[in-house]
Design a protein around this ligand. Structure first.
Ligand code: SF4
Ligand code: SF4
Length: 425
């Protein structure tokens, strides 16, 4: 489908599934969320028949809606289809079809849309980001100077500026000709895809590719596995991209000789491979090569590894939080069994989920970039745990006043956000 737009590509994939699916149910029989859902005892062939009937124009039953919005995009079903289809696309395509027919996505999705002023990423970033430390371009100039490498943090990393600043310091230490294209407005479109908004998803993806291309880089380095898969062949026509895309872990592994690790970390470490990077794109090696280069580390593997790695469950949390939690707890038990003292994550959703579940477990959850940063003597503190402990809106506003005043948000908006956050946490 060279040259096809995102919409054309999705329409093509939908037609391929409608015409090719024999409704055998194999894909749903391997789906890891189903056993924890209300469809655990249902016949998978019948469930799939309902999905296909819906895509052909039939009824949007509760089962169709639930399966669409609790699909985690975990790619467990990729590769099992006897028809050679990619069933992992069915959830996304069903979401888009539901929205096209006037159904609403679960409310939390609308709060993640980067194009809306009041969005989670923007407000969290405004609250936590010290403006004096910002050193990224938020809008690509018309004809910018060439950069060999463009680093794209994605929306999620802006909600964890401690990790974002660690990334920037690490890249600086590598002494590359690079630029960071940041800001919430540069979304890959993934949040729109999850909300079922096909057109906006395509537009954001196109705009991001144009913005990166403006710097004529040979490599775009991405932090988020979700952005990685969005800019992959499976969702986008990347055959003509004028740059290669690499996950940060792959890029650090390729350039590991440029980093001088000063601080040994004498810990036993297990790495969790996020679904989209691992099962989705087949990338497992970069993080291991980079982590093994840190003096003192002993690497162990989780029981389910490689393409069998368990999903954290977080993508299903908006629609089926109980099932999502069960998924996460399975991983916690596995990490405990591995004997790891550090569970290393590479995806912010996995990280947030595991940190939320890790209380009482004998290991610390740490993001890949924070671990590499630690070994280089780079450490930033996040104020979020402190704010969540305070649970005091006035006190937080006072503490973060300089950040808020330098942002696009009013105190009232941040106040409203904090009240919401503290009511849920
Ligand atoms: S992508 Fe994962 S959650 Fe979605 S249907 Fe396939 S196996 Fe199930
Ligand atoms: S495995 Fe393939 S043929 Fe079988 S139900 Fe899933 S998509 Fe259809």
């Amino acid at each position: 489908m060279a040259g096809a737009s995102f919409i054309e590509r999705m329409a093509h994939d939908k037609q391929e599934i409608i015409e090719g699916c024999k409704e055998c149910g194999t894909c749903l029989s391997v789906c890891p969320i189903r056993p924890f859902s209300r469809y655990a005892e249902k016949d998978t062939a019948q469930l799939q028949a309902a999905r296909i009937a819906f895509l052909k124009g039939g009824e949007a039953s509760d089962a169709v809606y639930d399966m669409a919005f609790s699909c985690m995009g975990c790619h467990f079903c990729k590769g099992v289809c006897p028809q050679g289809l990619n069933p992992a696309q069915t959830g996304i395509i069903s979401r888009m079809e539901l929205i096209r027919r006037g159904h609403a996505a679960p409310p939390a999705y609308s709060f993640a849309l980067a194009g809306e002023h009041f969005n989670y990423f923007g407000i969290m970033s405004a609250l936590l980001t010290d403006p004096s430390r910002k050193r990224w371009i938020t809008e690509a100039p018309v004809s910018p100077a060439h950069a060999d490498v463009v680093f794209f943090p994605g929306c999620g990393l802006h909600t964890m500026p401690d990790h974002l600043f660690a990334c920037l310091d690490i890249l600086d230490r590598m002494e590359l000709n690079h630029v960071t294209l940041g800001g919430i407005a540069h979304c890959c479109g993934g949040a729109y895809m999850l909300a079922g908004k096909a057109e906006e998803c395509g537009e954001f993806g196109d705009r991001l590719v144009q913005s990166i291309s403006a710097f004529t880089p040979h490599t775009a380095v991405l932090f988020c596995p979700g952005c990685m898969i969005r800019l992959s062949e499976s969702f986008f026509d990347c055959s003509g991209l004028p740059f290669r895309t690499m996950h940060l872990s792959q890029f650090l592994a390729e350039n590991i000789d440029r980093l001088k690790f000063e601080k040994p970390i004498r810990k036993t470490v297990a790495i969790h491979d996020p679904c989209q990077l691992g099962r989705g794109l087949g990338e497992f090696e970069g993080s291991r090569k980079a982590v093994k280069a840190i003096p003192g580390i002993r690497l162990v593997e989780l029981e389910h590894r490689g393409k069998e790695t368990r999903c954290c469950g977080s993508p299903a949390a908006q629609h089926d939080p109980a099932a999502a939690k069960q998924m996460g707890l399975l991983l916690m038990e596995e990490a405990k069994k591995s004997g790891a003292e550090l569970l290393v994550t590479q995806c912010l959703s996995c990280n947030r989920t595991f940190r939320g579940l890790a209380q009482g477990y004998p290991f610390e959850v740490v993001n890949f970039v924070a671990l590499v940063g630690r070994a280089l003597g780079i450490e930033y503190e996040s104020k979020l745990p402190l704010y969540l402990k305070w649970r005091d809106v006035d006190r937080v506003i006072e503490d973060a006043r300089a950040n808020i005043e330098a942002s696009a948000y009013t105190e009232q908006e941040v106040r409203f956000f904090l009240e919401l956050l503290f009511s849920m946490a």
